[in-house]
Design a protein around this ligand. Structure first.
Ligand code: TPP
Length: 354
């Protein structure tokens, strides 16, 4: 039998900043000191938001909450590479990405507090609503990217999802569509190792998520998802390519969810303490602080200032969330259709007149 090799493949892996805070100078992306500080402050803001959200839920001040702790570099680094006018499709764990996109923090809390109005994106922002169904956003995003392409607009679309979502049909449909039409779409798979209690190994027999892109003729890369410089560099390249008409990219950010899946989960039942301790050493904020300290971009005074400033900011947002005007009972029927039908009109009148 003669073997004919159609294609061999390799998966690129990128790490710039290691656990000890050292960078590979040759790989370092172009970032000013001001931008590095901005990335740091966004990551601290995201973590403060995350810790507070968990506390609010435990105090009975919020229905449920999904933490992204440990994934700050993965989300801030990707979102930071976008321009304001670009489009973003978040999932339920994308709080840090939304914060980096300047989405009002109290609105995110509002949504987790059970009020759908938290999903009403400000008109001057191009963020789609958070997707609670796993993976559905992966096939919506290429549609948005296609619209940009048809309208000859230079916007890029970015969609977030987890390793578990890559097993869904939506992923394969979305990737295939983006590949065929060479769309300006960036797929960000945050491989945080678990889909609730299911580890990545039981999710897919492939060693990486990134390699799945090869089947669709799409560029891909696996990056150290706890390294904000690597995440940013890979994403900036993908964004530049997409904007230049060179098609989509799949970015797998290799990271770890430090918290439970949600406030209804207990990860101790399926993860070992040893594993957790190993990943805590790889924490994305810790290593950035080590780097910044060595570069004299961070000292105790600045660190404290940032911590106090973000704490104050988050407390103000909590106040806004808890004092958000209650919904009107009429809202129940007001938004079902663009125009109310006769039944709804009657119900509307009934509610209005008490
Ligand atoms: C369509 C659908 N099926 C099942 C669920 C229940 N569910 C919520 S999160 C989750 C796991 C998803 O894991 P992954 O995609 O890896 O993202 P992660 O939560 O780890 O960030 C499941 C099965 C859901 N929300 N939507």
């Amino acid at each position: 039998m003669v073997k004919k090799v159609i294609k061999n493949f390799e998966i690129e892996y990128l790490q710039v900043l290691d656990e000890s805070g050292k960078i590979d100078e040759k790989l370092m992306p172009k970032l000013t000191d001001k931008q590095i500080k901005e990335l740091y402050e966004l990551m601290i803001l995201a973590r403060t938001f995350d810790d507070k959200g968990f506390n609010l839920q435990r105090q009975g001040r919020m229905g449920s909450f999904l933490q992204f702790k440990g994934q700050e570099a993965s989300q801030v680094g990707t979102a930071y590479a976008l321009e304001d006018k670009d489009w973003m499709f978040p999932m339920y764990r994308s709080g840090a990405a939304l914060i980096a996109r300047k989405y009002p923090i109290h609105m995110i809390y509002l949504y987790y507090g059970g009020d759908e109005r938290g999903l009403k994106c400000p008109n001057d922002q191009n963020n789609f609503p958070i997707s609670i169904p796993v993976g559905t956003q992966i096939s919506h995003a290429p549609g948005c990217a296609w619209a940009s392409k048809l309208k000859k607009e230079k916007d890029v679309t970015m969609v977030y999802f987890g390793d578990g979502a890559s097993s869904k049909a939506d992923f394969h449909e979305g990737m295939n569509f983006a590949g065929v039409f060479q769309l300006p779409c960036i797929f960000v798979c945050e491989n945080n190792q678990y889909a609730i209690s299911v580890p990545r190994k039981k999710q897919t027999h492939a060693e990486t998520i990134a390699q799945k892109a090869i089947a669709y003729g799409i560029r891909s890369i696996q990056v150290d998802g706890n390294d904000v410089f690597a995440v940013y560099k890979a994403t900036k390249e993908a964004v530049d390519n997409a904007r230049a008409g060179k098609g989509p990219t799949l970015i797998e950010t290799f990271t770890y969810r430090q918290a439970d899946h949600s406030t209804s989960d207990d990860a101790k039942r399926y993860r070992t303490d040893k594993e957790m301790q190993e990943w805590l050493k790889k924490d994305p904020i810790l290593r950035l602080e080590k780097y910044m300290k060595a570069k004299k971009l961070l000292d105790d005074k600045y660190k404290k200032e940032v911590a106090n400033k973000t704490k104050e900011q988050v407390e103000k947002e909590v106040e806004k969330y808890e004092n958000f005007p209650a919904p009107s009972p009429e809202d129940i029927v007001k938004y079902t259709f663009a125009e109310m039908n006769q039944d709804l009109k009657e119900q509307f009148e009934e509610i209005k007149n008490g």
